[in-house]
Write a protein that binds this ligand. Structure first.
Ligand code: GLC
Length: 472
């Protein structure tokens, strides 16, 4: 079987979120089951020279976007046994950002990318059995393939976050992709077109990144208007939990942390905590619970709950370390809180991989009360680093964090069901109660560290999905 993955970002080349982790590591995990795997993505200007200097130019052609005729180069780089193909066009991707504003030319940039992918398959003369597209930025590929080829390759489409659908006025999309009106109804949202809806309707199978999220997106609360289209989909939407690159996220050999540790030698974790307190100008207090947040600072991540309860949290005598960027409102809030609570709260408003790892390693309790969470990787990383998560029981958080049962000692974290301040605080209080019981806490931490998040199980499920598609 040969699979071509289509994505707008992938590690180690570019990353703005969890999508890049998945599209950079899933193809590698699939490699062993496949005759061939490729990944195709835009060649952004901000891909590190270390990679871009080693790319080889394969071919170039022109892409018709309505009345426009745009250059498209294809460059290749092999990485971890997978062939990464890069779509090169300086006008669209030679910028100092990956995604721009939806009111600017995102519609044109990704219409170009989708059309270029469909064309590249012909020019490169590759014949993938499955083209696997991800998120709204690739949503038009299944439709364009059907339109272009008599015998199109079969397609899979994965939703990583239903909140971002790529919705644009019908006139814009039509101007770039020349979609006949009768075709447009399958992807219409009123007068607009949703790239994600196009992907759902036209792909041979649709999946999302956790079993719980697969159910949630069928409801009108979380489905963002796509619940009916999703419920009608045959075969039914697959919920396949993301894995984690366990070699990369391991406190045993993480190059970003100062002291290493593992489930059978935990001393390093205490040392990481004290280095972190020093580095973040927090009071050096080994017995003070250190809470942490590593997140995009957006409303979806549940930060309103933190904002509305910070005083109560602080009354528990804890410290808090936060790292991330996002909405100005939350950036300002955490800046303000750290100046107000100097020595007890530290906020780094930046994206910094090294510091993030030190926070995962050096803190005790990881807060991830996301309102919705398709899968979430941070809670899995926290678990691997022996940092006990407190999560909202939604999407992948529900599927990865096993609620602690204080009577049996089973579980790996703490969770709350209803999304409100009272329930959130309740879960934090339970976590703190356990923290103060040294014996129970150590056991709980180890249970989390030993949970299996490898890609193996997910790779098998994707393989099943591809086989189902080919047998349809
Ligand atoms: C998106 C989702 C996140 C998921 C990731 C990878 O970033 O918000 O929950 O883990 O995609 O699938």
């Amino acid at each position: 079987m040969k699979v071509l993955y289509v994505t707008s970002e992938a590690v180690p080349f570019v990353k703005t979120g969890g999508l890049a982790d998945v599209t950079g590591t899933l193809p590698v995990a699939m490699e062993r089951y496949m005759e061939k795997t490729w990944v195709i993505m835009p060649r952004y200007a901000n891909i590190d020279a270390y990679f871009s200097d080693s790319m080889t130019h394969v071919c170039d052609f022109f892409v018709q976007l309505g009345w426009r005729n745009q250059y498209c180069g294809i460059d290749v780089l092999e990485h971890n046994g997978v062939e990464f193909l890069f779509v090169d066009n300086k006008y669209y991707f030679g910028r100092d950002y990956i995604y721009g504003s939806m009111c600017m030319d995102e519609c044109e940039r990704f219409s170009f990318f989708n059309t270029a992918v469909a064309e590249a398959i012909r020019v490169l003369d590759i014949s993938p059995d499955i083209v696997h597209c991800n998120d709204w930025q690739c949503g038009m590929v299944p439709y364009l393939l059907k339109k272009k080829y008599k015998k199109p390759p079969r397609t899979a489409y994965t939703i990583h976050n239903i909140h971002y659908q790529g919705i644009f006025p019908w006139e814009w999309v039509n101007d770039f992709l020349s979609i006949p009106e009768w075709d447009s109804y399958s992807m219409r949202r009123g007068g607009n077109i949703s790239f994600m809806q196009a992907g759902i309707v036209h792909a041979d199978a649709v999946s999302t990144v956790s079993p719980t999220y697969a159910k949630e997106i069928m409801s009108c609360e979380i489905g963002e208007g796509l619940q009916d289209v999703l419920s009608a989909k045959r075969p039914p939407v697959y919920g396949i939990l993301n894995g984690l690159d366990c070699a990369m996220f391991s406190p045993h050999n993480d190059i970003h942390i100062e002291h290493h540790y593992s489930d059978y030698a935990m001393e390093g974790k205490e040392l990481c905590k004290s280095s972190l307190q020093y580095e973040l100008w927090l009071e050096n207090a080994p017995n003070t619970p250190l809470l942490s947040i590593v997140s995009r600072l957006t409303e979806q991540k549940g930060l309103k709950l933190i904002e509305n309860t910070w005083e109560k949290l602080m009354e528990c005598g804890v410290q808090l370390a936060v790292i991330g960027t996002g909405d100005k409102h939350f950036e300002d809030f955490f800046r303000w809180l750290s100046s107000r609570m100097g020595g007890r709260v530290a906020a780094r408003i930046e994206y910094n991989e090294r510091m993030s790892r030190r926070i995962y390693a050096g803190s005790d309790i990881f807060l991830m009360p996301s309102r919705t969470e398709p899968c979430g990787l941070a809670q899995m990383i926290a678990l691997r680093y022996g940092t006990v998560p407190v999560v909202h029981e939604t999407g992948g958080l529900r599927d990865t964090v096993v609620p602690y049962n204080k009577y049996t000692g089973e579980g790996s974290g703490f969770s709350f069901f209803d999304y409100n301040e009272e329930q959130f605080l309740g879960a934090v209080y339970r976590a703190l109660e356990c923290y103060h019981d040294k014996c129970a806490w150590e056991k709980l931490r180890l249970q989390g560290m030993r949970q299996n998040f490898s890609w193996e199980a997910s790779a098998l499920r994707y393989h099943e999905m591809y086989s189902d598609i080919l047998n349809q």
